[in-house]
Write a protein that binds this ligand. Sequence first.
Ligand SMILES: C[S@@+](CC[C@H](N)C(=O)[O-])C[C@H]1O[C@@H](n2cnc3c(N)ncnc32)[C@H](O)[C@@H]1O
Length: 268
Amino acid sequence: MTDQGFTVEEIDTSRPHPARMYDYFLGGRDNYEVDREAADRVLDIAPEVPASARANRDFLSRAVRFLVEGGIRQIIDIGTGIPTSPNTHEIAHAVSPDVRVAYIDNDPIVATHAGARLLGTGNTGFFLGDMRDPRSILEHPTIGELIDFKEPVALMLVSVLHFVTEEEDPAGMIAAYRDSLPAGSPLVLSHATGDFHVDHVDEVLEIYKKATASLTPRSHAEVLRLFDGFELVDPGLVQVPLWRPDGPEPEPEELRGISVYGGVGRKN
Ligand SMILES: C[S@@+](CC[C@H](N)C(=O)[O-])C[C@H]1O[C@@H](n2cnc3c(N)ncnc32)[C@H](O)[C@@H]1O
């Protein structure tokens, strides 16, 4: 039994899980043979994927720091992923220890690691939930304990919306969250794209079709539409290394292969 109340038997090792494949791409050890096999097949086709995963994590860090330095004190981080240091609350607490973070993921493997690596500071919480059901997330008791909807709340949907198909209506889903947030609340969003790798996207999608969630990469225009009702802050929606880099602007060769767009918007 884990500290989140899930038994190890509930961890499904019969099919690849995107959370565990992502962990493997990031060099983590919280993955199984079935995940590594699928991830290795992706790497054969698209060896640049780990660089995209790392660039996405760096974007997450810079975005959280930017928001907390700007005064944000509460965060809902949906699609948390297997904890990878520095996690959202660690980045936020390095700036201001009073930031409250609610973590949500739908994969039990994340729950098995949440206790030791996401909780314990008193102002973080984790629960298993499906972002495609906004009511069940927004009305969860953990959200009630941590989040005050009268103050701006940062909603993080980082590298997770590509697991929502068009039929599942990602724009409608985001609108349901947006309508619960006060004006000025930020949205941090990153998303896989096929804009830079049209040649091998279909082969990668085939591998994800056998995983627990399929992948829907989106174009720049399609991701931009997901910011409906939010005003993008500079530099807008860009390949993630270009979003407010800590150092000099990345060189073109550093961007080659980075198949993730990211941006931060504020609710109007
Ligand atoms: C690629 S990881 C991203 C982790 C982290 N946000 C990051 O950017 O480093 C995607 C995560 O989203 C989770 N996820 C996928 N579909 C989800 C859903 N419908 N509801 C909640 N979480 C979901 C997966 O389990 C996985 O942990």
